[in-house]
Design a protein around this ligand. Structure first.
Ligand code: SF4
Ligand code: SF4
Ligand code: SF4
Length: 331
């Protein structure tokens, strides 16, 4: 028993010493990655959204996803949240009498939920087999079901709760928006933006979308402006409409290191379900820590070697002490 106690004491003391040495501030913390220059994305403007959910139906069709039912009649596709088979959903904020659109008090508002295509995605960083990858040119975060081992690290890592596991699938894969990259070869783009009647969901280069978002929030509420529809820089489908009472905040410009999907709203983002995130991505933080601890596999080898040495020494010390007592007893 004493031997085991000495062993554990040595392990704890040795582990603490090694750990405190190893977690000293890393010499070179990894910077948060930025969006590629030609990054593609979406701009969702909640003040233009009428909640028609044409984008939800178009997303289902474009991705060949089955309907999901939340009503007993099972007549319509009525998902309540994103899932392994629902990559895009429009949620509704409600308050009090719900009289006024885009009012926080006694109002209602809409918010789109789909992959944000983060500049520095934690799903990519967490995936141990590179089934989640970020395209260096377009920045699209893509998923490869052939490489996926179903560990669901990406599900846990995403701060937006986006990757979802297909529990009923025999192969158990992940489902998430890939910005409709499979449609580009035929001259199409994101189905949700193609179908949106008001331009509330707009597709394009993230840099152009950010400029458009900043143009909108600089306008006077109630004035009239032109809103593009479909694809920014594509065929002109623009129309004139009143300017909403925007928050002075482009969600996704800075959050979590920046995202390629950007959002505008008149209702506080936290109230419409968007998380309050710091400007640094968690991928940068976790990779810095991992690389500090495990760089070149030095850390595990050092820890194992040191712990073995301490354990052996304590066991020897104990044997020596026992031997002395025994000798004494024999005398
Ligand atoms: S299609 Fe456009 S207007 Fe309709 S719910 Fe989707 S984002 Fe809103
Ligand atoms: S929103 Fe989530 S799933 Fe999409 S890129 Fe960012 S971390 Fe990955
Ligand atoms: S880009 Fe495509 S997959 Fe992503 S939300 Fe829009 S329609 Fe769905």
């Amino acid at each position: 028993m004493d031997t085991r106690r000495h062993f554990l004491k040595g392990v704890v003391a040795g582990g603490a010493a090694i750990t405190s040495a190893a977690v000293a501030p890393p010499a070179c913390a990894r910077e948060t990655h930025s969006r590629p220059a030609e990054a593609l994305g979406l701009l969702y403007d909640a003040t233009l959204c009428i909640g028609c959910k044409a984008c939800v139906a178009a997303c289902k069709e474009a991705n060949n996803n089955p309907p999901e039912f939340s009503t007993e009649d099972r007549l319509w596709d009525t998902p309540l949240d994103t899932s392994g088979y629902t990559f895009n959903i429009i949620k509704m904020y409600r308050n009090g009498t719900m009289q006024t659109k885009d009012a926080e008090v006694n109002g209602f508002a809409f918010m789109k939920t789909s992959c944000m295509h983060c500049a520095d995605p934690s799903c990519v960083s967490a995936c141990p087999v590179s089934a989640m990858t970020k395209d260096p040119a377009t920045g699209i975060v893509a998923y490869d079901p052939g490489a996926c081992v179903g560990c669901r690290y990406c599900v846990v890592a995403c701060p937006f709760g986006i990757p979802k596991y297909q529990y009923d699938s025999p192969t158990g894969k992940i489902g998430k928006c890939e910005l409709c990259r499979h449609r580009y070869a035929d001259g199409h783009y994101s189905a949700c933006a193609e179908v949106c009647p008001t331009g509330a969901t707009l597709y394009g280069r993230s840099a152009d979308l950010l400029l458009e978002a900043k143009r909108r929030i600089a306008l006077k509420p109630g004035s009239v402006t032109r809103y593009p529809r479909g694809k920014i820089g594509g065929p002109d489908q623009s129309y004139e409409g009143p300017v909403g009472n925007y928050l002075q905040h482009v969600y996704g410009e800075k959050e979590f290191g920046g995202t390629q999907v950007l959002k505008l709203s008149a209702v506080t983002f936290a109230k419409v379900g968007m998380p309050d995130l710091p400007p640094k991505s968690s991928a940068a933080t976790s990779e810095t820590l991992q690389h500090s601890l495990y760089g070149g596999l030095v850390m595990p080898v050092v820890v194992l070697g040191a712990l073995s040495f301490i354990a052996k020494r304590n066991v020897h010390d104990e044997d020596d002490e026992s031997g002395t007592d025994k000798d004494k007893g024999e005398k």
